[in-house]
Design a protein around this ligand. Sequence first.
Ligand SMILES: C[S@@+](CC[C@H](N)C(=O)[O-])C[C@H]1O[C@@H](n2cnc3c(N)ncnc32)[C@H](O)[C@@H]1O
Length: 275
Amino acid sequence: MADKVPSPRMNAELLLMFTLDCDRAYLYAHPERELTTGESARYEGALAERARGVPAQYITGHQEFWGMDFIVTPAVLIPRPETEHVIESVLELRTPSAAAGRRRTLDTMRIADVGTGSGCIAVALAKELPGAEIHATDISAGALEVARANAARHQLEKRIHFHHTDLLRGLHGEFDMVVSNPPYVGETEADQVQLEVRKFEPRDAVFAGQRGTEVIARLVPQAHAALGPGGWLVMEISGAIAEETKHLLRAWVEVAITPDLQGISRVARARKPAP
Ligand SMILES: C[S@@+](CC[C@H](N)C(=O)[O-])C[C@H]1O[C@@H](n2cnc3c(N)ncnc32)[C@H](O)[C@@H]1O
């Protein structure tokens, strides 16, 4: 495996912890522990999968996000640390200046998470905002199954309403916030995307069309129609589409694009103007 995947030691340890269903402390505390024949076979199988490029999270079935453990299957995008900036951007709106002029506080808002995938954004927001009403949509039935399982895993299934639909189609009533990590990679940038992502993560979760802004271009007007005056749209984006996203948001107010830890434009936040 050493010549086929980055950080081979970390991967080998992770898969051994998965095989033995133990933590790192146990591994180091029991160097004498020998694998049974069954464990050896499982470990070899996991190493072989990883060596052919399958992401470790699809082998172990888990990924941490916002300090919570999420089930992941090949039906969903593996939650990324950058997406935690979306949660931070939403929670920043708790501050009195950001809340100015709004009818509801962040904690009691009606929020839609569009393209929920594993459910990581919806579940993290449901946990952080116990009074909010949360709706989560996805066009993939397989993804919604995983998202529902994750909500249940964190005892938040009663807090999130799941919808199998295209973006916000069919959702009724006025929302205070639309949040989304939509597909935003352009087919023209495909060769810059890691081979593991291209080969193993769901294509419709990653690629939006030729330019990368095709889904966002449909989401912005739909969010505008779904939001009440002063409502917020918060989206994950990439540096490649930051300028075009700003252009798409030209009729909105308080438009802000914030960077991730690498300094890449990562979150676009904007407010629907009050009439
Ligand atoms: C980049 S993934 C984000 C998943 C998850 N929210 C996250 O942050 O890890 C995009 C998700 O949007 C879904 N999706 C793609 N096109 C969609 C559409 N037109 N309507 C609803 N969901 C869509 C995909 O199935 C995928 O689950």
